[in-house]
Design a protein around this ligand. Structure first.
Ligand code: PLA
Length: 442
C-alpha cells in the first residue's frame, strides 16, 4: 500500500463511523447537533437607549416617521450630509497613488494628532509649544473615552470618575468597563431647566481630592445646558483647589456656537492655568465623519518627559485592544486640518450646520407658540448644541412615537439636527397633543 492509499483507507474508516466504544464519548460533547447550546442561558439584551431608537425607526413602515433619536445631522431634505470639503479631501487621497494600505502606528497618524491638539488647544497654546501634550488617534469620541479610562485605571492614584447627572448614556458604561468606577454630580435642574450651579459646586467640593471629573466641553448632551464663562471659572477653581483631574468630553466642537474657537473656551481656560487634563475629541459631528470613527485623545501633562512616558503607556493600552486605528477617516481630517483653504471651507460648512440647528429651534418654538401649547418653551431657544431636552416624560414620548411616528430617546431628548422645516409642524402637533393629553389625565 502506498502512503496515499493508506491515507485514503484511514479517511474511509472515518466515514464508516467511529469504532465501537468511542461513540458514547462523542455524544458527551456538548457542541454536537442534538445537544443544547452552551449559550442556552444567554439572555436577550435590551436595545441601546439611543441607537435602539434607530432600530425601531427603521422597522416602522409609516411615511410620516421622523427619527430625532441619535444625534446625526440631516439636511433640510432629511438626508445625511457629507460635507463638500470631506468629498474634496477624499478625492485628493484617492488620486494620490503614493498612498498605501499599510498598518498605521499604534497611535495613528502623527500629523492628525498634532493638528487635533492644535484644534482644541489653539494655535498658540504654550502646552503644545512646550511638548507636554500626548495625543493619540483613537476610534472616535467613544474610543478616546475608553482608552482614557483604561489608562487612568492603570496609572492614576484616584481611579474614580464623577459624571454629570444626567449625561450621555454611554459614559456610565465606558468608565466602569475601563476600570474606573463612577458617581454622579448634580448638573441639571429640571425646575429651572438650567444648570444647578450651586449643586454642582457642592458636589465637586464633596468629591474626594484627586477624583476625575468628567466635563462636557460644550453643548452638554442630553440637556443642551452649558455653564457660562463665569461659572466655568468657578468650576475650574474648585477642581484645581482639590487637585481633581478634569476629563473633557469634546464631541461637539463648533456645533454649539458655530465657532471652533468659542466652543473650545472651557478646555482652553483649564489648560491655560498650567494644570493637567484629559481631552476626548470626536470628528463624528463637526466633520460629519460618524461611521469613519475619527477621534483623538490628548493628555495635557506638566512636562515634556511626562507626556512622552504617558504616550508610551497609551500604546500599551491600545495595542492589545485593537492594535492600531483605521487610516482613512483620520487621513481625511488631517488633509482638511493641514490645508488653509480646506480648513476655511470646513468652518463655513460647520457654521451652516450650526445655524440650521439654531433656525430649527426658532421654528419649533414659534410652532408651539402658534398652537398655544401649555408651558414655557423658551428652553427650546436657550439650550445649546444638537439637542433639546424637552421636559416630556416617558409616557409622552411613547405617545408621540405611537400616534405620530416620531422617534426620540425616552428621556425626552430630541435631536434638533434631525428636524427640517417640513417636519417641524408635525413635531409641534405631536408635542401639543402629548402635553394636552397629559393635562387631561392629571
Ligand atoms: N460623547 C458625547 C457627549 C456624545 O454625545 C457622543 C455621541 C460621543 C461622546 C461619542 O461619539 P463618537 O464615538 O461617535 O465620536 N452621542 C450620539 C451618538 C451623537 C451615540 O449615542 O453614539 C448621541 O446621539 O448621543
Amino acid at each position: 500500500m502506498s502512503a496515499q492509499d493508506r491515507r485514503i483507507a484511514t479517511l474511509a474508516g472515518h466515514f464508516r463511523g467511529a469504532p465501537a466504544g468511542e461513540e458514547g464519548l462523542l455524544h458527551a460533547f456538548p457542541t454536537m447537533a442534538n445537544s443544547q447550546s452552551v449559550f442556552e442561558h444567554v439572555q436577550q439584551a435590551p436595545e441601546d437607549p439611543i441607537l435602539g431608537v434607530t432600530v425601531a425607526f427603521n422597522k416602522d413602515p409609516s411615511p410620516l416617521k421622523v427619527n430625532l433619536g441619535v444625534g446625526a445631522y440631516r439636511t433640510e431634505e432629511g438626508k445625511p450630509l457629507v460635507l463638500d470639503v470631506v468629498r474634496k479631501a477624499e478625492q485628493q487621497l484617492v488620486a494620490d497613488r503614493s498612498r498605501n494600505k499599510e498598518y498605521q502606528p499604534i497611535t495613528g497618524i502623527a500629523q492628525f494628532n498634532k493638528l487635533s491638539a492644535k484644534l482644541i488647544l489653539g494655535a498658540n497654546s504654550p502646552a503644545i509649544a512646550e511638548n507636554r501634550v500626548a495625543t493619540v488617534q483613537v476610534l472616535s469620541g467613544t474610543g478616546a473615552l475608553r482608552v482614557g479610562a483604561e489608562f487612568i485605571s492603570r496609572h492614576y492614584a484616584k481611579p474614580i470618575v464623577f459624571l454629570p447627572n444626567p449625561t450621555w448614556g454611554n459614559h456610565n458604561k465606558i468608565f466602569p468597563l475601563g476600570g474606573v468606577p463612577q458617581k454622579p454630580y448634580r448638573y441639571y435642574d429640571p425646575n429651572t431647566r438650567g444648570l444647578d450651579y450651586q449643586g454642582m459646586i457642592e458636589d465637586l467640593k464633596a468629591a474626594p481630592d484627586g477624583a476625575v471629573i468628567l466635563l462636557h466641553a460644550c453643548a452638554h448632551n442630553p440637556t443642551g445646558v452649558d455653564p457660562t464663562e463665569e461659572q466655568w471659572e468657578g468650576i475650574r477653581k474648585v477642581i484645581r483647589s482639590k487637585q481633581q483631574l478634569p476629563f473633557f468630553d469634546c464631541a461637539y466642537q463648533g456645533f454649539a456656537s458655530g465657532s471652533l474657537d468659542k466652543d473650545a473656551y472651557a478646555v482652553r481656560t483649564f489648560v491655560a492655568d498650567g494644570g493637567e487634563c484629559f481631552i476626548a475629541q470626536s470628528y463624528a459631528k463637526n466633520m460629519g465623519l460618524y461611521g469613519e470613527r475619527v477621534g483623538a485623545l490628548s493628555v495635557v501633562c506638566k512636562s515634556a518627559p511626562v507626556a512622552s512616558r504617558v504616550d508610551s503607556q497609551l500604546k500599551m493600552v491600545i495595542r492589545p485592544m485593537y492594535s492600531s486605528p483605521p487610516a482613512h477617516g483620520a487621513a481625511i481630517a488631517a488633509t482638511i486640518l493641514a490645508d488653509g483653504r480646506l480648513f476655511q471651507e470646513w468652518t463655513v460648512e460647520l457654521k451652516a450646520m450650526a445655524d440650521r440647528i439654531i433656525s430649527m429651534r426658532h421654528q419649533l418654538y414659534d410652532a408651539l407658540k402658534a398652537r398655544g401649547t401649555p408651558g414655557d418653551w423658551t428652553h427650546v431657544l436657550k439650550q445649546i448644541g444638537m439637542f433639546t431636552f424637552t421636559g416630556l416624560n416617558k409616557e409622552q414620548v411613547q405617545f408621540m412615537t405611537r400616534e405620530y411616528h416620531i422617534y426620540m430617546t425616552s428621556d425626552g431628548r430630541i435631536s434638533m439636527a434631525g428636524l427640517s422645516s417640513r417636519t417641524v409642524p408635525h413635531l409641534a402637533d405631536a408635542i401639543h397633543a402629548a402635553v394636552i393629553g397629559a393635562q387631561r389625565k392629571a
